[in-house]
Design a protein around this ligand. Structure first.
Ligand code: FEO
Ligand code: CA
Ligand code: CA
Ligand code: CA
Length: 662
């Protein structure tokens, strides 16, 4: 019980570092009594449906937990969403609204490349893992086959593999974070191979079921060791050079790829997030880059003990290696031979995502959150329009443009401040000798510009119908009453909120290149009537409220689908997928559509072009304090003794074959 939970969760540990040094931000309390609230809210509610559902099979034993079950609003009131709302639960299995079906598509360890061995948890090797689906799937995207088509039943599925739950992957390591200090060299190699991303050909059969195509020529694994190119203003800079790469332009692998995005020219953008977890050494305390390391949360002792076996993760051997992580990586999913490119013009921070929005003049804006307490929201605008007729002309479009950081004033104005060398405080006098310094130290540059510290920006994504941009501010338990105002209105904000950023219209189209916008609060999460400040549509049901918004997507009607991460700790309810109208009489009336197995967050919501399928990444099932390989809190989705929980991608379809949500 004493272990802090991992990831966002472990996020909590990471953010405890408090890397934004602004003295106005005091050290606060960690989320109080993680399970106390569950008991509180559960009291009086009907008994939990602990029985697994959805993809579940036989049940292992687990402690009984209360759950919510009252106040169902099957008709949705003024909402345009017609599915019967699911009831809040916290269970070993997952569940979806009535009339829908969950299909298990691919799991951690499933073989995808030619000659890949079947998953065998007792005989894991790095060589096998590098040919199998990786761990902790996060961002998903669907690229139709053939390329350029609108095919909705055949395509390539991209999945990030963010990080590893060491304690749930290998036997005998115990619970929680400490397991990571007990790994051997081969286990570390497996973990490195389990990071990165996967490209898998997927197809919906005539029976309506989704399956992945084993050994497709498109299938690809990208790992923590895949060779990549570095481009943009920081490429070749001395701060990116290492013994293995004296040019500063080649790097092995990508790490902690959380959410992402895509380009209009059909490449995937994958975002390196908590890169501080992997690096450590005395240099963090005494080295010449110690202040810089600290601003990015890098400490003497790495959370992952990889530096014990792999020199480049040891700061005292390779002090610049961390500068080669924390970037947006561009990958062509259709070309398995293509070299991934780290695009440094988009800045270096804990990128949650990188989502596109077209500007009226053909340039492309990309929004990104820096997911840590009191960090910022950024956008990048390309210097040139994209070319829809000549894909090759877009090849290096992401190397030139302007990176901005958001300031959200209390009067409802949003101002985008350019991170451009030589402008304002970003000068030699402040240690910025070139644009390379600005992008490598984007956080410090943003500090100097007076950006607004936010409540952990996760996904930031434009609504394709209205052009309004939605920022998932997942939580921030350290915001004090004095700091609670404007766009971050709540102290001790353990449930988070959703900010709506409104670009000006130019000839009827949203101008995402504009440097001045407006903002509003879309919703303030938590239980209405129970959690101070919670704010939704007044008809939101006892099952429709949410906690800790993380990823989002939109359907073609402009309705928002919000996936959560962290809800069990803050509300006693499993993480889920909620949907709401963004306009009209049902605006901000969130309704529960899917709920994950215990310990898992829901990531990467992704519709097929016909919206008859939504893919979800179910990440870190069973990740809770005390959960171990031997005694996990769930064995979803296999539910086989001896097999730990397996992060997996699911496809949800409507049983009658219809469009999701209608
Ligand atoms: Fe990896 Fe910010 O979630
Ligand atoms: Ca999160
Ligand atoms: Ca995650
Ligand atoms: Ca996330």
């Amino acid at each position: 019980m004493s272990e802090p939970i991992a990831s966002h969760a472990e996020g909590i540990e990471i953010e405890d570092i408090g890397s934004n040094p602004n003295p106005a931000r005091p050290i606060g309390e960690v989320i109080a009594a993680r399970y106390g609230r569950r008991a509180l809210l559960g009291a009086g509610a009907a008994a939990a449906a602990l029985a697994a559902s959805g993809t579940a099979g036989a049940q292992p034993q687990a402690p009984q937990r209360p759950a919510h079950s009252s106040g169902n609003t099957p008709d949705g009131g003024p909402s345009t969403l017609t599915f019967p709302e699911l009831r809040h639960q916290l269970a070993q299995g997952d569940a979806v609204a009535e009339g829908y079906e969950i299909q298990l598509l691919i799991r951690w360890g499933d073989p995808i490349l030619a000659d890949a061995p079947e998953f065998d948890v007792a005989r894991q090797t790095a060589a096998a893992q590098a040919r199998q689906f990786g761990y902790n799937c996060d961002y998903l995207d669907f690229f139709p086959l053939p390329r350029g088509s609108r095919s909705a039943d055949h395509g390539l599925l991209w999945s990030n593999h963010e990080y590893t739950n060491t304690n749930l992957m290998f036997p005998g390591l115990g619970a929680g974070r400490a397991a990571r200090s007990r790994t051997n060299a081969e286990q570390v190699a497996v973990e490195i191979a389990a990071h990165g991303g996967s490209i898998v050909e997927v197809r919906r059969g005539s029976d309506g079921r989704w399956r992945y195509v084993r050994e497709s020529r498109f299938n690809r694994r990208i790992t923590g060791e895949t060779p990549m190119r570095i481009s943009g203003p920081a490429a070749g800079h001395p701060r990116l050079r290492t013994k293995a790469d004296p040019t500063g332009t080649r790097v092995l692998g990508m790490l902690n790829n959380c959410a992402g995005g895509r380009t209009p020219w059909g490449t995937v953008l994958t975002a390196e997030e908590n890169i501080n977890l992997y690096f450590g050494g005395e240099a963090a305390a005494n080295g010449p880059q110690r202040d810089h390391y600290r601003r990015y949360g890098i400490l003497r002792e790495a959370v992952y003990g990889w530096g014990r076996f792999v020199d480049r993760f040891d700061l005292d051997k390779e002090p610049n290696e961390p500068n080669r992580f924390g970037w947006i990586v561009e990958i062509d999913p259709y070309d398995p031979e293509s070299v991934p490119v780290k695009r440094t013009a988009l800045g270096r921070f804990k990128h949650e995502c990188c989502t596109m929005a077209l500007c009226p003049d053909g340039r492309v804006a990309f929004y990104s959150g820096d997911d840590e307490r009191f960090e910022y929201i950024y956008k990048f605008v390309t210097a040139r329009p994209w070319n829809s007729d000549d894909q090759a002309a877009n090849r290096d479009l992401l190397d030139e443009g302007t990176l901005y950081v958001g300031r959200f004033d209390d009067d409802g104005t949003a101002v985008w401040l350019p991170l451009v060398h030589g402008h304002g405080p970003l000068t030699e006098a402040n240690g910025f000798h070139s644009q390379a310094d600005v992008v490598i130290e984007a956080r410090r540059a943003a500090d100097l510009l007076g950006a607004t510290p936010m409540d952990r920006p996760e996904d930031v994504e434009a609504n394709p119908v209205t052009g309004r941009v939605y920022a998932m501010l997942t939580n921030n338990s350290r915001r004090t009453a004095q700091q609670a105002r404007g766009a971050n209105p709540r102290a001790n904000n353990i449930h988070g909120h959703v900010l709506e950023i409104i670009p000006p219209m130019v000839q009827g189209r949203p101008d995402h290149a504009a440097t001045e916008m407006r903002w509003e609060l879309f919703l303030v999460a938590g239980a209405p009537g129970f959690d101070a400040g919670a704010r939704y549509h007044r008809a939101t049901s006892a099952n429709g409220w949410l906690s800790c918004p993380d990823n989002c997507t939109f359907d073609s009607k402009g309705r928002i689908w919000i996936a959560t991460d962290g809800s069990p700790e803050t509300s006693g309810v499993a993480d889920g997928l909620y949907a709401a109208d963004t306009t009209g009489r049902g605006r901000a009336l969130t309704r529960l559509f899917y709920q994950a197995p215990t310990g898992a967050e829901v990531c990467g919501p992704c519709f097929t072009p016909d919206e008859r399928t939504i893919f979800l990444a179910i990440q870190h099932p069973g990740e809770e304090p005390g959960s171990t390989f031997e005694r996990p809190l769930t064995r979803w989705p296999d539910f086989r003794e001896g097999v730990p929980p397996r992060p997996s991608v699911i496809a949800i379809v409507k049983k009658d074959g219809g469009v999701i949500g209608t």
